[in-house]
Write a protein of this length. Sequence first.
Length: 343
Amino acid sequence: MTEKWSENNSLKEILEHSGKEMSLFFPTTLVDFVPEEYRSIPLSQWAEAFRMPWGLPFPLDDLFISAQLTDKAQELWDWVPLWEKGKLTLNSNDTHSVGLMVPKCQLEGTCPAVIVCPGGAYENLAFYNEGYKTAKRLEQAGYRTFVLNYRYSPNRYPLPQMDLTLAIKHVRANAEQYQIDPENLMILGYSAGGHLCASTVALRAEVEEKLMEALKDVRPDLAAAYREISVRPDKVCLCYPVISCLSENHEQSFQNLSGGDETLREHLSVEQQVDADYPKTFLWTCEDDSLVPPSNAVRMAQALEANGIAHLLRLYPQGEHGCALAEGTSAEGWVDEMLEFMK
């Protein structure tokens, strides 16, 4: 993609040009940390010296790449709404915003499918690294890829899980159109997106019931079309996942998903909900993850082991949290390991 933006531009003009779609790739929560007086002057005058609250510089490269992706959006992928008819309304954070990004690509024959769920603590979505880049990597491996734009806070459980369940039904219902094998469907999630995937599978009967009740009211056509379509994926991949809400947990994710409802703490702790019909699972994390304790992935693996589920846990020494494809870290081979395990 041709570079259009540089440090000579202001943050304001980049965001205004790209519109709401920009916030899919560049979280608006990052912009909120920038003082108002900085936003209308060239980035070169402040970006190098400015530091985010956690000590890192403002992520200029991500900003520029996100703007370029937004400019090229119609050429690169299709947006498919899931709840509503018509055009997807991005970032409205209600059913109008729930949809799939489907990269445009040429496929040969029938392919396996993967639905990618970016993380973001159920507060936003890390759509670039944990969505778009991951989809492109798995597309290269022969998968038909879909990235889910799901609801987050102030939306509470089970709304995000209903969105993923609806996405699974949609992809399988349109298997011929997408050239995918409906019996070879994987869901993959990062961080809170990992919790979304893991909990949607563990609580699938409950979530599906709530989904079908909602569809009867708002989309009776889909309720009829999707009634017999399975919501159980064939494979699950969990990347530095949030799993437990009980101890050594990521409290922000629990608060955002539950609204602080303590009665949900055990129910949303996925390690407590695994059953003998859980799908084959690959899970990984980094031992130096300072945000979501690695013990979350370990406890999930222990629950899978206890239920006799085929799984592989990989603990990588270094990579921290949010490393996504993990280039340049000890975890950079995780995609190849996952693909080999899922054969």
